[in-house]
Structures are given as structure tokens and as C-alpha cells.
Design a protein around this ligand. Structure first.
Ligand code: GLU
Length: 468
């Protein structure tokens, strides 16, 4: 089995062959620029534990570098390098002007109390500060597997203790709680981005004809692996806004299936009450959680970890569309097989880019020191009120209160964030699809997405005069 970084680089090489870019430039783009591996002690109870951790900056062609921090027992250098590499391409694809980075702390968060996790997070942040590996213009972490808004607040607070005088200090990390310089809509952003991206992909009739599917999300059957931050919001929004039918979901404790559909809100309540998604009324339990990948469905959304669809189970995948909500859930070899079979694989570095897109909005908010919508909301409302008033006067008719509210509302921060995300996911999909259409030899969306990224990153290098 190939490792994660090899898998990412195999995909890179496949796309690079279509670009005609000089080899030296391609090698520079591909290389991980800075790898910081650290070991630090943290006192847990009466014992000292040595914690292994990483921060990798894959490319500084644009600054700051950007990417999440993962807390997991499986963290290793290869994984963090692969994830940092994906961030570079991801940012380029969705026109987020950052280089790629990623962090990892090799711990199982379940084994620590919140106070102990806080100690570890703060010490990790201090190590990053010491080596100049964090800062609003240097490298900006965010949540990833095993971390969330709480950890980001600890990172910010630690940073402020060292660098409180920096005017833009709040932009040193994203994914913060809204009350701690965060932005509305960051929590749902990756899942919502998956929704906008898949919705766009299924809107093209010629593409759907090839898959034997109709256009539109309504009525399509969906299976979701992982109900964490990404999978939960994706499932929830596919169901509520896309009218899709969630037929199967999997979590740590197991997987369930119901061809008639699983109500995600009710399932989350059931899980809260019983501690498990299993034995959910109307659904049947599946023996192994990985069976979620093999159920009969139109769209499969692996939203957990890398290397889930591999050469040993790819032949059992029945979905017609695989949307890689996690990073690297399908190995390069397995993806080849899916593409050969005509399955549409929507690649991670595009489809899960909603998180970093909204992180970019959060960073901009921090640099501007103001909530989006604050300046124009009331002005727009007043303008629309004047227009509605004019229509009423000219027609002699009155518009109902509810309709008037709808027509005259000025945008709040959440409206602007969602609209910016929707626009990003739609326009980036068009860029990728156009490349695939134009280049006859390109048969899959991942290669097209890589080409889109390589064109943008290489032109940055060329413009900088590094590769004249
Ligand atoms: N961890 C997320 C990702 O893999 C978000 C990164 C960010 O917001 O910087 O894309």
C-alpha cells in the first residue's frame, strides 16, 4: 500500500504531465519547504509525558501559510506533510491567497481532560511562537480532525500573551469562537461547501447523463462516513436544503442504514441520549462501520480520515459520485479504478475547501477589525425600503409585512459568508470542469483541479522572478 504523501504526489505527477511547465519549477512546487518536528514535555497528573508534534509549511509562495492542526494518535510526519501539500493546492483552487501548511499533535484527545488538552495546546503554541511558525502574516492554524473552536481560542490566548501588542494578533489563528474574534458560519463551512460543490456538479445534464442520473440533488441517495464537524453539517444541509435522502451514516461506534432515509436531527438526539448512532428506530445496524462505503447510493461522502477507499475495497463501492469531504479518503490507486468504472470522483482539494475559504474570510475580518455587514446592512435596508415604498406608491398597492421584510433585509455577516462561500464553490467548479472539457486527455476532476492549481502557483513563481 502506498503512503499518503506518495498518493498525493502520484496525483501531482499525473497532472503535471499535462502542463508543459519546466521540471525545476514543478519540483519546487511539489517540495515541502519547511518541516518542524518537536518533542515537548507536559505534566499530566504526577507524570511527565513527552509529546510528539509537527508543523509543516509546504509552500510559502504566498503568505501566510494556512492549514489546520490535527490531534490524533495516528499523526506522523508523512501524514502532516501530505496534508500540508494538499492545503497548497486547495488554496490555489479556490483562490484563497495563502500557501499550504498543516500541524499535528500525536495524542488521542479522548484520553485527556479539557484542562490537560489546554496545557498541551498552549505548550504547542509556545513552541510555534518560539520558532516563528505562527503569526497573522506567517502561518495561520485552524481546526482539523480532533480540534475545534475551543482549541483555537487557547491558541489565540497563548499568542496574545506573547505578542499582545501586535495590532493584527487575532488573525494568528482561524476557526475561533465567534465571541473570540471568530466568524459566523465557520463551523458549518466545510460541510456547506461540500453541499454547494456537489449541487453544482449534479447540475450539468451531460455529466449526469453519463452517470445515468438526473440533474439536481432532490431525491438522490447519500451515504456519509463520519458525523464530525464536516460529515454532520454536510448530511444536515444535504437533507434540509438539498432534499437529498441520507440512506446510511457511520461513526466511531458503527454504521446504520435505512433506504427510506435517516433524519439527521433525530439521529443526533438519539446519539446524545444513548451515546451511539446504533439501534436508531427504523434503521438497521451494519456489522462493520466501513460497510457505509459499500452501500447502494448515488453519492458517497467519506468525511472522516484518509485511506478509506483502497485497492482492497474499491470494487465494492457502488456509488456513482464520490465527494471527498475528508482529505485523501481515496488512495490514488483506488481512484484510478473508480475513474475507469466511470464513477465521478470530486476531489478533496476542491470539495472540502469551504473550511479554508471561510477561514480566509475570518482572517480578513480580523485584519479589518470589523464584522462583515456592519457598514452596509442598514444602508441597504433603507434603500430597499425606499424602493418598495416607491413601488407601492406607483402601483397603489401595499406589499405584505412578511414579503416586505424579505425584500428589504440588509445582509448580516452569516449571509455574506454563505454567499461568498457559494460563489467560491461554484466558480471554482466551473474552472475545474472547463479544464477537463478543454483537455481531451484529462479524464478526471482531480487531474483538472491539479492543473488549475499548478497554473496559478506557477504563475506566482514566474511573476516573482524566481523562475524567469
Ligand atoms: N483543516 C481544514 C482543511 O483541511 C481547514 C484549514 C483552514 O481553515 O485553514 O482544509
Amino acid at each position: 500500500m502506498s503512503n499518503f504523501l506518495e498518493s498525493v504526489n502520484t496525483n501531482f505527477d499525473k497532472a503535471a504531465a499535462h502542463t508543459g511547465l519546466p521540471e525545476g519549477l514543478l519540483n519546487q512546487i511539489k517540495a515541502c519547504n519547511s518541516v518542524y518536528q518537536m518533542n515537548f514535555p507536559v505534566k499530566i497528573g504526577k507524570e511527565y509525558k513527552v509529546i510528539e508534534a509537527y508543523r509543516v509549511q509546504h509552500s510559502q509562495h504566498r503568505l501566510p501559510t494556512k492549514g489546520g492542526i490535527r490531534f490524533s494518535q495516528k499523526v506522523n510526519q508523512d501524514e502532516v506533510m501530505a496534508l500540508a501539500t494538499l492545503m497548497t493546492y486547495k488554496c490555489a483552487i479556490v483562490d484563497v491567497p495563502f500557501g499550504g501548511a498543516k500541524g499535528g499533535v500525536k495524542i488521542s484527545p479522548r484520553e485527556y481532560t479539557p484542562a490537560q488538552l489546554q496545557k498541551i495546546t498552549r505548550r504547542y503554541t509556545a513552541e510555534l511562537i518560539r520558532k516563528n511558525f505562527i503569526g497573522p502574516g506567517i502561518d495561520v492554524p485552524a481546526p482539523d480532525y480532533g480540534t475545534g473552536a475551543r482549541e483555537m481560542a487557547w491558541i489565540l490566548d497563548t499568542y496574545m500573551q506573547f505578542k499582545g501588542g501586535e495590532i493584527d494578533a487575532a488573525g494568528c489563528v482561524t476557526g475561533k469562537p465567534v465571541t473570540q474574534h471568530g466568524i459566523r458560519g465557520r463551523g458549518e463551512a466545510t460541510g456547506r461547501g461540500v453541499y454547494y460543490g456537489v449541487r453544482e456538479a449534479v447540475s450539468f445534464k451531460d455529466d449526469m447523463d453519463k452517470l445515468g442520473l438526473t440533474t439536481g440533488l432532490a431525491g438522490k441517495t447519500v451515504a456519509v462516513q463520519g458525523l464530525g464537524n464536516v460529515g454532520f453539517h454536510a448530511a444536515d444541509i444535504f437533507q434540509k436544503e438539498g432534499d437529498a435522502i441520507i440512506v446510511s451514516v457511520a461513526e466511531y461506534e458503527g454504521a446504520i442504514y435505512n433506504e427510506k432515509g435517516i433524519d439527521i436531527d433525530a439521529l443526533m438526539k438519539h446519539r446524545k441520549k444513548t451515546g451511539s448512532i446504533l439501534d436508531f428506530p427504523g434503521a438497521k445496524n451494519m456489522k462493520q462501520r466501513k460497510q457505509v462505503l459499500e452501500v447502494e447510493c448515488d453519492i458517497l461522502i467519506p468525511a472522516a480520515l484518509e485511506n478509506q477507499i483502497r485497492i482492497d475495497n474499491v470494487d465494492r463501492v457502488k456509488a456513482k459520485i464520490v465527494a471527498e469531504a475528508a482529505n485523501g479518503p481515496v488512495t490514488a490507486e483506488a481512484a484510478e479504478k473508480l475513474i475507469e468504472r466511470g464513477v465521478m470522483v470530486i476531489p478533496d482539494m476542491y470539495i472540502n475547501a469551504g473550511g479554508v475559504t471561510v477561514s480566509y474570510f475570518e482572517w480578513l475580518k480580523n485584519l479589518s477589525h470589523m464584522r462583515f455587514g456592519r457598514m452596509e446592512k442598514r444602508f441597504n435596508h433603507n434603500t430597499y425600503m425606499n424602493l418598495v415604498g416607491l413601488v407601492e406608491r406607483l402601483t397603489g398597492k401595499t406589499i405584505g409585512a412578511k414579503e416586505k421584510d424579505f425584500l428589504t433585509r440588509g445582509a448580516d455577516e452569516i449571509d455574506l459568508v454563505r454567499s461568498g462561500l457559494e460563489e467560491t464553490m461554484i466558480s471554482s467548479y466551473h474552472q475545474i470542469r472547463d479544464i477537463k472539457k478543454r483537455k481531451k486527455k484529462v479524464t478526471d476532476l482531480r487531474t483538472a483541479a491539479f492543473i488549475s492549481a499548478l497554473n496559478k502557483i506557477s504563475s506566482d513563481y514566474l511573476a516573482l522572478g524566481i523562475f524567469p
